[in-house]
Write a protein that binds this ligand. Sequence first.
Ligand SMILES: Cc1cc2nc3c(=O)[nH]c(=O)nc-3n(C[C@H](O)[C@H](O)[C@H](O)COP(=O)(O)OP(=O)(O)OC[C@H]3O[C@@H](n4cnc5c(N)ncnc54)[C@H](O)[C@@H]3O)c2cc1C
Length: 263
Amino acid sequence: MALYGPDQWIKLLFDNLTGERFAVPEKIDGYRYYQSLSKTNRPRLRSYTLREFRPLQDEFDVDFVLHSGSNCASLWALEAAVGDQIYIRCHCAGSNRARAGFVWSPPKQVKQLLLVADETALPAALSIIDSLSKQSEKPLINAYFCVPNASDCLLSTTWPQLHIHWLVRDDKNTTELNTQMLAALDSLVLPISALKQHSQQSLDTTDKLWQLANSDTEDIFYAWVAGERAMVEGLRRLLLTTKQIDKKLISFMAYWRRGRAAQ
Ligand SMILES: Cc1cc2nc3c(=O)[nH]c(=O)nc-3n(C[C@H](O)[C@H](O)[C@H](O)COP(=O)(O)OP(=O)(O)OC[C@H]3O[C@@H](n4cnc5c(N)ncnc54)[C@H](O)[C@@H]3O)c2cc1C
């Protein structure tokens, strides 16, 4: 297993729709076995971020959001005990880096960054910040993190150009919070070069909402937005149409969708 990018994800394999646990028969290739199963017999796959990877110790960390609803990942995490086993699908050392399950890929000259995340994308955003903290020349970062409680405001590093704006939900409803997030971002000052100068940008509706940046090395601004689909959709509208940021500089990723189980 290898780490290629700070927001790299893995897939965790849970029980299937009939409640059976996944177990690969001995001496059989795990992925081939997985593919040989019918849809109902396949384990349910969920994406999680490698918050930290320690290859020398054969260890990695995953931060789980515990949420209500009929779900497999959150329930598993609630009941997990030391010694429990789970299958994971990950990228091997020597994999094709371009397809290694991460998005973060800022231009080399980047000077200003925008990060937006809810609690499910916070592990990835914090890993990104940790990786940037190791650079000698640190960029200016504006980060907007929306979390359930004040105790979720977890940050292990800081520097003068790192501006974190925490939006704590407490008992506010999500519409109110999305409005607050949009208002906070509306006052963000952006470099002129990040703005689309001429034609209007189209906002194609995509069910999956996974739209990736395509910046080049000369760009100095880069943005990464991930979280619940409605939040990401609202921000996409604000950042691309109202703020007129060039869409080649931003990645928008719906990490989950309220009311719908992950596929
Ligand atoms: C690339 C990527 C990386 C991710 N990394 C992480 C991570 O590091 N940590 C993490 O916790 N999540 C992460 N997620 C999100 C996680 O995969 C989803 O939240 C997933 O749906 C959880 O699976 P589940 O089995 O618990 O719920 P599901 O069976 O998928 O859904 C059941 C119900 O719960 C709701 N639900 C799902 N997630 C939430 C939530 N967070 N809050 C409230 N309701 C919810 C659904 O809308 C649905 O109604 C990531 C997603 C992606 C795409």
